[in-house]
Structures are given as structure tokens and as C-alpha cells.
Design a protein. Structure first.
Length: 269
């Protein structure tokens, strides 16, 4: 968040005009690449799916645990425009995959998974800007509005497309999630205090147990009921492989997916 300091305003504007984002992601990428290895990902036994949005055709680019550029793919997936620069991977430019599917629930189901655990980063309620009048006096108000716009887009897509389609068409799937009861933080809350707070909220959320997301969806959207459109799958085969974030490994039980909002996509990178 150093790049958002008042003294960095001129640099931010120059970066935005010439590089497509306010903040230079290179320092974060260097730290991330020091900590994360594509070789260790491939050798972990965990299947992984990472999504970014192509600037060239607006399409989806998926990386798997077998792609040697998956670390750069993860950086591209966290390139939240227009905060940080787009990422060039294998000669093509990408931004955050959340513009296509922030929670790739349907991707997991289409690959054969029938036991899914979604890690929600926000409540299953529409986003809002709290205390907007008070926030107008703060230097981050513009960023908060931008984050709100992204959150609304991601929330509506997740509920109206991903979750509703999954609950309607994959009636025999088990789709559960850990859902926070309140806001977990803003899109630029990278500091140590907020990260520790998110960890505590995560422990509290896990202690409360997971909920059936389709039941939650039906409660809030009674007309979006499930209809029997899919035959019952064969029993899940036991696996010792760890669950994969934003992944879809056929017959893996369970698979964990991250969900809206964009806020925590790269906080700890």
C-alpha cells in the first residue's frame, strides 16, 4: 500500500497512464516468487487451477499444477485492475481472473467434483459502502468506491450465475461453505493488523462450521429452487491429496474454492 501514499501521487499517475495500473507489483512479485515454487506445486500431489482474464480477447486462461508458469499465472490472477499493473505471461497480458469467475464453482463441477467446500471472503449479502458520508473525508474514499463496484460485479455473478446454476443443475453435489458474518476488510487492507484480524475471523468462521450454500441461496432467492437435472454420481473415491484452492480435481473430496470478494485475493502474497 506504500504506492498509495500521498507522496507517491505523481508516480501513481505516471504508472497508470503508461503501465495500466497505479501500483508497481514487481516488489510483491519478487517476494512471491521467492516463497512459491512451481516445482514444489507440481510435486505436492495437489491439483490446482488458477484463472486470469486475457486483455487480448477477454477470454479465460487457466493454469494447472503442471504448468511451469503457474506462479506467474497466480500473479496475473491477482492483478486487480486498475490498482496494479497487468501481468505478462508467455507473451500475453492478463488481469484478475475474478472478472470471469472469482469463484470457479461451475469449473469444479464440470470437472467431476461433487463434494465442494467454498471459502467465502464476504457474507452472502449484497456489498455496501458503510458510513459513506464519513468516508468522503478520507483519502481512500475513491478506492473504496472502486472496490465496491468490483464487489458488486463479483457478488452478482457468483450468486446469479455460478451458485444458482450449480444448485439448479448439479442437484446431487454437496456444496458447502464457510461464510463470514460481517465485513472482513477492504481491498487495500494489506497491513499486519488487518491480516491478523482476517486470520482470527477465519478461525472463528471455521469454528462455527460450514453451511449448505444451496440452502442459503434458496432462503434468499426462493424462486431459484433446485430441480433434478443430473443423475446421482458414483460414490466418491477416497483420496489423501490435499484440497486445492480454486481447483477442480475429479473425485477429490472435498475441493476448496475461494469466493467473493476480490479483497483478499493477494493479501498475503
Amino acid at each position: 500500500s506504500k504506492c498509495l501514499a500521498p507522496l507517491e501521487t505523481s508516480a501513481m499517475l505516471w504508472y497508470f497512464g503508461s503501465s495500466g495500473g497505479l501500483c508497481d507489483p514487481v516488489p510483491g512479485h519478487e517476494r512471491y516468487e521467492f516463497e512459491v515454487s512451481s516445482r514444489r506445486i507440481k510435486a505436492s500431489g495437489m491439483e490446482l487451477r488458477v484463472l486470469a482474464t486475457s486483455l487480448e480477447d477477454g477470454g479465460a486462461r487457466w493454469w494447472t499444477e503442471n504448468d511451469w508458469s503457474i506462479v506467474q499465472g497466480a500473479e496475473a490472477s491477482g492483478s486487480i485492475s486498475p490498482i496494479v499493473w497487468p501481468q505478462n505471461v508467455d507473451g500475453s497480458w492478463y488481469i484478475d481472473g475474478g472478472f470471469i469467475a472469482n469463484t470457479p464453482l461451475l469449473r469444479a463441477l464440470q470437472e467431476g467434483v461433487r463434494d465442494i467446500l467454498v471459502i467465502m471472503l464476504s457474507p452472502l449479502t449484497p456489498p455496501n459502502v458503510r458510513n459513506a458520508t464519513k468516508q468522503r473525508k478520507e483519502s481512500t474514499f475513491g478506492l473504496n468506491i472502486m472496490a465496491f463496484e468490483l464487489d458488486v460485479f463479483v457478488y452478482r455473478y457468483f450468486v446469479a450465475v455460478e451458485l444458482s446454476t450449480a444448485c439448479r443443475n448439479f442437484t446431487h453435489a454437496r456444496i458447502r461453505g464457510f461464510v463470514p458474518h460481517g465485513d472482513v476488510g477492504g481491498i487495500m487492507d494489506f497491513d499486519k493488523w488487518h491480516i491478523n484480524r482476517m486470520r482470527e475471523l477465519g478461525r472463528l468462521m471455521a469454528g462455527n462450521g460450514s453451511v449448505d450454500l444451496c440452502e442459503q441461496f434458496q432462503h434468499r432467492h426462493p424462486h431459484g429452487h433446485r430441480t433434478p437435472k443430473e443423475p446421482a454420481p458414483e460414490p466418491l473415491r477416497p483420496t489423501e491429496a490435499p484440497a486445492a484452492l480454486a481447483a477442480a480435481a475429479p473425485q477429490a473430496a472435498p475441493v476448496a474454492l475461494r469466493a467473493p470478494v476480490l479483497a483478499a485475493a493477494v493479501r498475503e502474497a
